[in-house]
Design a binder for this molecule. Structure first.
Ligand SMILES: [Zn+2]
Length: 255
């Protein structure tokens, strides 16, 4: 063996030793790397899933998409009026009436939802949207006159306590007016579509059948509240039906 060949053999040995060390190192890393399916890494501690921030928007500011209005939480001020009301581009029960208006973002989301409902064969229209403080004074007053205050309080909010005054709530009904503003709306094709799909557009049914003791209002499958897609999806995913429960607020069965 010449000097030249001994040199090549020496380099070969160095190379093989280095290769062996490298394979041993990476093999060790692989064995000790946490497995995605390992029982030591449960889903709830997975940093990839962000925690929903419930404090992101105010629940007291009447301009906030997340404002919570109920019999214990009047609007502040009680005479609040939104500044971005628009008339939705949608079928309206009372065209030209102020109560057909909604806040701009709510109107836009509702138009998208109505288009999807129509495409599914369940066309809808706006039954009632924004109601001013003064409108609610006359509406609630007429119900009290007709039914007495105790009865009126179960289905109509006192002025300053109405979600409709935020411009974020809308009563919907089928275009054919089947079961309009009636609990049987829930069992119509349009009502079933709303129940299944409203959250996809940022809405939810504000007064569910089994939450009268929480919301203080009878079942209203037609009364939708807009909170944005993010919160609506989170409530849907966590099976939370009311804003009171979601935000850990006291139930509001009475004033
Ligand atoms: Zn309503």
């Amino acid at each position: 063996m010449t000097h030249k060949y001994r040199h090549i053999k020496f380099l070969g040995i160095i190379f093989l030793v280095a290769l062996g060390l490298a394979l041993a190192y990476f093999g060790f890393q692989k064995v000790h790397a946490p497995s995605p399916t390992s029982s030591t890494t449960p889903q709830k501690t997975n940093p990839a899933k962000p925690v929903f921030d419930k404090t992101r928007y105010s629940i007291s500011d009447p301009n906030s998409l997340w404002v919570v209005v109920n019999k214990q939480r009047p609007l502040n001020p009680k005479t609040y009026a939104p500044t971005d009301l628009v008339v939705p581009n949608a079928p309206l029960r009372v065209p030209g009436n102020d109560s057909m208006q909604l806040r701009a973002e709510t109107a836009s989301a509702m138009e998208t939802m109505f288009a999807a409902a129509k495409a599914a064969g369940d066309p809808l229209m706006v039954s009632s949207g924004y109601r001013s403080y003064n409108y609610q004074v006359s509406l609630y007053g007429s119900y009290v006159a007709a039914h007495g205050q105790a009865s009126a309080d179960t289905f109509s909010a006192r002025p300053g306590y109405s979600e409709h005054q935020t411009g974020l709530a809308v009563d919907v009904e089928p275009l054919d007016k089947q079961c309009d503003v009636d609990q049987c709306f829930a069992n119509t094709p349009a009502g079933e579509w709303i129940t299944a799909h409203a959250y996809e557009y940022g809405f939810f049914i504000r007064y569910p059948a089994d939450k009268v003791a929480v919301t203080g209002f009878e079942y209203e499958p037609w009364h939708l509240r807009y909170v944005g897609k993010e919160l609506a999806l989170e409530m849907h995913t966590t099976h939370t039906e009311t804003l009171e429960e979601f935000f850990g607020l006291p139930a509001a069965p009475n004033y």
